[in-house]
Design a protein around this ligand. Structure first.
Ligand code: NAD
Length: 324
């Protein structure tokens, strides 16, 4: 039997050594497309038993030309670049890695919270500009006893909660779909959205981007926040209406914001730029050297499972397994 062949459509990694190490368990050979174009991807994928993909679009037309393929494994959380319906029809299971960076994103949310609360970026910028003065950071409030409101209580905020609690913050959360015992075990009070806005000193967004959450943080919502409150968004940019946020900051309806994600990435210009009380990082919450290794490893383990006849951990279209 010829060795198993695993095609890689595109890669953002410095090298594919972690994937190679996992795939060596089944003696599979790895072949990376020379460029992320359909023709180059098909050049390696047509005869492949599996396809690993990052951002390249995998269309129905391409899937029809991959007769041996049994799994398309995405290096990442979302799978909207793969035609799932076409994969299902072809009996190809599509998998994702939803949990490779939950340590990193929860750390980043806490780092943004601490940087806002202690005013680190603006204080540091002043010192670099020759101003060694406490006046510039006044007022700062004690974290212990402050309230952190988590919007969404999935994998990431479930790690934010204990980190925040270790600083003495009281944590509440609003998630219409989470089981009450998950909140109870975390020592987190479940509240509705209006109450969360009313009582939180920090509001951290962790819900997915859905029609119901697009523009969720708008002018009407900012009016309901404490004027001393800070907003943190490590989820998805369009959940926050940035023009309304800029206006709310101008009106003093909240004290500041820290965003790792923006409505448009990269942003061309923004009314939020150049403000002392706004921190922006370039969608880097997911990143650490270790999270990238974990991502490659877990995506490749899905390939090993499927090619050895085992069920994958995170199939998007499990019904394809019945068709295979
Ligand atoms: N910035 C980054 O680098 C980065 C990296 C990974 C994930 N993310 C984002 O972080 C967010 C959270 O990820 P996760 O792994 O915790 O997600 P998850 O899938 O584990 O949980 C999502 C939670 O949101 C809840 N939810 C759905 N609709 C809601 C609503 N209207 N209001 C409140 N809660 C709602 C669900 O019930 C679920 O508990 C997602 O938006 C994800 O895209 C960002």
């Amino acid at each position: 039997m010829p060795p198993l062949l695993v095609a890689v459509a595109d890669s953002v990694f410095p090298n594919l050594d972690p994937a190679r190490a996992v795939l060596s368990r089944i003696g599979a050979e790895l072949r990376l497309a020379s460029e992320p174009t359909p023709a180059a991807i098909l050049g390696v994928a047509t005869g492949a038993d599996a396809l690993l993909v990052t951002y390249a679009k995998i269309t129905a037309e391409m899937i029809q030309q991959m007769p041996r393929c049994r799994i398309i494994s995405r290096f990442g959380i979302g799978v909207d670049n793969v035609d799932i319906a076409a994969a299902t029809t072809a009996g190809i299971v599509v998998t994702k890695v939803p949990d490779y960076c939950i340590d990193e994103v929860s750390d980043h949310a806490m780092a943004l919270l601490l940087a806002l609360a202690r005013k680190i970026p603006s204080a540091s910028a002043r010192v670099h500009a020759g101003r060694w003065e406490m006046k510039a950071v006044v007022p700062i409030h004690r974290l212990r006893g402050s309230v952190l409101g988590l919007v969404g209580f999935g994998r990431i905020p479930q790690l934010v909660a204990p980190k925040a609690q270790s600083f003495g913050l009281q944590v509440v959360a609003c998630d219409p779909y989470v089981a009450p015992d998950i909140l109870a075990r975390a020592g987190v009070e479940g509240v509705d959205f209006a109450r969360l806005l009313k009582i939180s000193d920090f509001v951290s967004i962790h819900s997915p981007l859905l029609p119901e959450t697009t523009g969720l943080f708008n002018a009407g919502v900012f009016r309901q926040m404490k004027p001393t409150a800070y907003l943190i968004n490590t989820a998805r940019g369009p959940i926050v209406d940035e023009a309304a946020l800029a206006q709310a900051l101008d009106l003093g309806q909240l004290a500041g914001a820290a965003l790792d994600v923006m409505e448009q990435e990269p942003p061309s210009k923004s009314a939020l730029f150049g403000r002392d009380n706004v921190i922006i990082t370039p969608h880097v919450s997911f990143y650490s050297e270790e999270s990238l290794v974990e991502l490659q490893t877990k995506a490749s383990e899905e390939v090993v499972s499927v090619l050895s006849g085992q069920p994958p951990r995170n199939p998007v279209n499990p019904e394809a397994l019945q068709r295979a």
